[in-house]
Each structure stands twice: as structure tokens, then as C-alpha cells.
Design a protein around this ligand. Structure first.
Ligand code: ADP
Length: 265
């Protein structure tokens, strides 16, 4: 019989597994066997990034983020959090090592294929990056318009995304008429409208007060609960602690504990 010690690591669907998939008896659970076959959503192998003329933003970074996992990336200002996310989003390229997305080596992705790889992710920024002269509907529709979906399908999917973030009924409004928390919800709706398996967020609560920050994190938690892989850069340690997920901590471009993910107690 497998041991019953609960482990904070969870399967993509949120089911706890004993000892992260391996019992004291050494037998692999079903989840561990499945993970051995399926590549992680993100894998960094000894990644370094040196900006032209700058110092090393990342050095020797190795970790994996499993499919369906939710994790936080933390560290001081300038520690390399944005750089790490930008490498996954193909906004920057590493100067050393490999970044793999769902088993694909991003170093081999040619420039013209970058937009197609980016369709596999939704990206959320601290400053929302909304088009202020466009309605909420148009902002959320943007990724689907770029992909060339039929109008009726776009309308249906935009409403579904706005419903998920609690903003149905605000479609015709301009972003400036919304609160900061609502604007961030619009940017999250835009990030999820094409149903990407991966969400990346760079300080998504940086401009929000504690109550709104918690609401936004709970929204990410809801996407995690339905199987989306979520990686959030944040330096709000109190909020991170209360969420109970794995924490990767960067210090001056290096992951703590020789690249092993750290858990916040
Ligand atoms: P964080 O997100 O943790 O604040 P960043 O990834 O933004 O950290 O930055 C890490 C380091 O890389 C910092 O020293 C920063 O000044 C430097 N850096 C970031 N972007 C660039 C760039 N485009 N050119 C040169 N240096 C950069």
C-alpha cells in the first residue's frame, strides 16, 4: 500500500499525490509514470543570459515546471525574474544553456515561428498593456483577430473569457473607465482567450492594493485548477506564502539552493 503522507505538490488536475509520486516503498504512482513520459511544460538547463554590454542577468539556472503546476518566481529587484520570463516568451534568447517549452528547444525556434510558439502561452504584465482607445471587447479579442478566427467565434470566446474574470457586461467600456483591478482582469481575459496551456505573469499585482492583489491571485488559482500551467513573478512574499505553491527564488541571477526550487514554509 502507498504511504498516505500528503504532499503539497499536486497533479495537473489538483489531486494530491503521496511524496510527489513515489512512495517510501519505491513504487512509482500513476502520476509519476505519466510525468516520466510527458516532458515538463518548462525546463531550464544551465541557462545564462548576458545582455549586450551588461552584466550577467541569469547564470546557471536549471529547473523544471511540470504541466499543470502553479509556481511563483521571486527575488529582489534586478534578480532576473523578468529576464527568466522573457526567455520563455521568446522576447530574449539565452546566451548559455537551453530553455525547453513542452519539450521543444526554444533556441532552435526561427524568428518567423516565434508568433506560433507564443500562441501556446498567455502573458500578463504589471502595467496591463491595454489599448486605451479600444473597448474591453476589442482588447480581449485581439489575439483571436490576429489568429484570423471567424467573427461569431471571436464574440463567443471573448464573452466566455470575460465571464471567467467576472467582467461580462463591461465589453463596450473603455479600459480607462475601469479600476486597476478590473484592467488587470481584462488583460488576464486577453491572455486566456485563446486557451493557452501556459500562463506567465510578471508582477501582475504590482500596482494593486492587497485585497485586489489577492483577488487576482485567486483568479490565477482558478486557471491552475482547470489544468493550466502558471508561473508568476512577484516579490509580494506574504501573498505568495498564503497561496501555498512552489517558490523559485532568484538572487542576483542565480536560483537559490543550487538551482533547486525552494519552498516557502
Ligand atoms: P527583475 O525582473 O528581477 O527586477 P530583470 O530581469 O528585469 O530583474 O533584470 C535583471 C538584470 O538585467 C538587471 O541588472 C537589469 O538591469 C538587467 N537588464 C534587464 N533588461 C536589460 C536589457 N534589456 N539590457 C541590459 N540589461 C538589462
Amino acid at each position: 500500500m502507498h504511504c498516505s503522507t500528503p504532499d503539497p505538490r499536486r497533479t495537473p488536475r489538483g489531486t494530491p499525490e503521496p511524496h510527489g509520486g513515489r512512495c517510501t516503498c519505491g513504487i512509482r504512482t500513476e502520476g509519476a509514470r505519466a510525468r516520466a513520459r510527458v516532458p515538463p511544460m518548462i525546463r531550464f538547463d544551465n541557462v545564462g543570459k548576458r545582455y549586450p554590454g551588461g552584466h550577467e542577468a541569469l547564470a546557471g539556472v536549471s529547473f523544471r515546471l511540470e504541466r499543470g503546476e502553479m509556481a511563483f518566481l521571486t527575488g529582489h529587484s534586478g534578480a532576473g525574474k523578468s529576464t527568466l520570463l522573457r526567455l520563455i516568451a521568446l522576447i530574449e534568447r539565452p546566451t548559455r544553456g537551453q530553455v525547453l517549452l513542452d519539450g521543444e528547444n526554444l533556441g532552435r525556434v526561427r524568428r518567423r515561428r516565434v508568433p506560433y510558439v507564443r500562441r501556446r502561452m498567455g502573458i500578463i504584465f504589471q502595467d496591463y498593456r491595454l489599448l486605451h482607445e479600444r473597448t474591453v471587447f476589442d482588447n480581449v479579442a485581439l489575439p483571436l483577430v490576429i489568429e484570423g478566427h471567424p467573427h461569431a467565434e471571436i464574440a463567443r470566446r471573448v464573452r466566455a473569457a470575460l465571464d471567467k474574470v467576472g467582467l461580462l457586461g463591461r465589453e463596450r467600456m473603455l479600459p480607462v473607465t475601469l479600476s486597476g483591478g478590473e484592467q488587470q482582469r481584462v488583460s488576464i481575459a486577453r491572455a486566456v482567450v485563446h486557451k493557452p496551456p501556459l500562463l506567465l505573469a510578471d508582477e501582475p499585482t504590482g500596482n494593486l492594493d492587497p485585497d485586489l492583489s489577492r483577488e487576482i491571485m485567486e483568479l490565477f488559482e482558478q486557471f491552475h485548477q482547470v489544468g493550466v500551467t502558471v508561473l508568476i513573478a512577484s516579490h509580494d512574499l506574504d501573498l505568495i506564502r498564503s497561496m501555498g505553491h512552489r517558490v523559485l527564488r532568484l538572487r542576483a541571477g542565480r536560483l537559490d539552493a543550487a538551482g533547486l526550487p525552494e519552498r516557502v514554509a
